[in-house]
Design a protein around this ligand. Structure first.
Ligand code: ADP
Ligand code: MG
Length: 262
C-alpha cells in the first residue's frame, strides 16, 4: 500500500514537473513591467509594459523620439530605469546599432572577432570558425580582409549584424536597420534578418519607424507612443485592424492626433 502511495505521489510530482515545463515554454524571454525612464525631468517611458517570446521577430514601431532606442539601451544595460522591472531570460544579447559603429582601422575579420577575443578564451582557430560562420550568415564571407570604408553602407550594416551574432546571442536587437539604406539594400538586409531567425532561432527585437520594414519582418508589432505600448497584434492584424494606431501607420497620417487630450 505504501509503495502504491509513494508511486502515486511520484507520478503526481512528475506530471506537475511536466506542467511546469510546459508553463516555462510560454514564459516571455523579455518582459517589461511598469518601466519608467526620464531625461532631464521629461518622462520618456511611462509605466511601459510588454512581453516578448522566444524565437519571434517583434517590431517596436514608433515615431522618432518616442523612446525606441531607449528601450534597446535598457536591454543592453547601457542606461538604467527610474522604476519598474525588466526580466531577461537569456544569457547573451547581440546589439546592432543604428549606425554600424565599425572600427575603421580594423579589418572586417577583426571587427567581427573582437568580442570573442576580448570576452572568451577561445583559440584563434575556434574564433576564426565562428567569425566565418557569422559572416556567412549575412553572405559576406568574402569581405574578411577588407576594411569598413571599402564597403557600402548596407554591407557595413550587415557586418554589424554579423558582429552582434558572433557570440551566439539568444536575443538580437536591431535599431532602425533600414535607415539610410536605399529600398533594395534595405530589403536584402530584411531578408537577412528573417533568414537568421529561421536558421538560428534567435529572438529578434527590431525598433523602427519604417512601415516597409515593419510589414516585411514582423511576426508581431507593438506600437509605442507617448511612453506606452498603445497597440499590439500580429503582422496581419497590423495590416488590417481598423483601430486608430495601426491605421495611422498604414495611412502615414500623424500619430500625434491620436492621443486622448490630457
Ligand atoms: P527614438 O529612438 O524613438 O527616436 P530615443 O529613445 O533615442 O528615441 O529618445 C527618446 C527621447 O529621449 C528623445 O527626446 C531624446 O532626445 C531623449 N533622450 C534619449 N537619450 C537621452 C539622454 N541620454 N539624455 C537626454 N535625453 C535623452
Ligand atoms: Mg532611435
Amino acid at each position: 500500500m505504501s509503495l502504491f502511495l509513494s508511486l502515486t505521489i511520484f507520478l503526481v510530482l512528475i506530471s506537475l514537473g511536466f506542467n511546469m515545463n510546459n508553463f516555462d515554454k510560454k514564459e516571455p524571454i523579455v518582459s517589461f513591467r511598469d518601466v519608467c525612464v526620464s531625461f532631464n525631468s521629461t518622462q520618456i517611458l511611462k509605466d511601459l509594459s510588454f512581453d516578448i517570446y522566444s524565437g519571434e521577430i517583434v517590431t517596436i514601431a514608433g515615431p522618432s523620439g518616442s523612446g525606441k532606442s531607449t528601450i534597446l539601451r535598457l536591454l543592453g544595460k547601457l542606461i538604467y530605469m527610474d522604476s519598474g522591472e525588466i526580466n531577461i531570460n537569456a544569457q547573451k544579447l547581440g546589439m546592432s546599432f543604428q549606425r554600424s559603429a565599425l572600427f575603421n582601422s580594423m579589418t572586417i575579420w577583426k571587427n567581427v572577432a573582437l568580442a570573442l577575443e576580448e570576452t572568451t578564451n577561445l583559440s584563434k582557430k575556434k574564433i576564426n570558425k565562428k567569425v566565418q560562420a557569422a559572416l556567412e550568415l549575412v553572405s559576406l564571407a568574402h569581405t574578411e580582409k577588407m576594411y569598413p570604408d571599402e564597403l557600402s553602407g548596407g554591407m557595413q550594416k550587415r557586418i554589424s549584424i554579423a558582429r552582434a551574432l558572433v557570440v551566439s546571442p539568444e536575443i538580437i536587437l536591431y535599431d532602425e536597420p533600414s535607415t539610410g539604406l536605399d529600398p533594395g539594400t534595405a530589403s536584402k538586409l530584411e531578408d537577412d534578418m528573417i533568414r537568421l531567425r529561421d536558421k538560428t532561432g534567435v529572438t529578434s527585437i527590431v525598433v523602427t519607424h519604417d512601415f516597409d520594414t515593419i510589414k516585411k519582418v514582423s511576426d508581431r508589432v507593438l506600437i509605442l507612443y507617448d511612453g506606452k505600448i498603445r497597440w499590439e497584434g500580429t503582422k496581419n492584424e497590423f495590416l488590417t485592424d481598423e483601430s486608430p494606431y495601426p491605421r495611422s501607420f498604414r495611412e502615414r497620417t500623424s500619430i500625434e492626433d491620436l492621443l486622448p487630450p490630457t
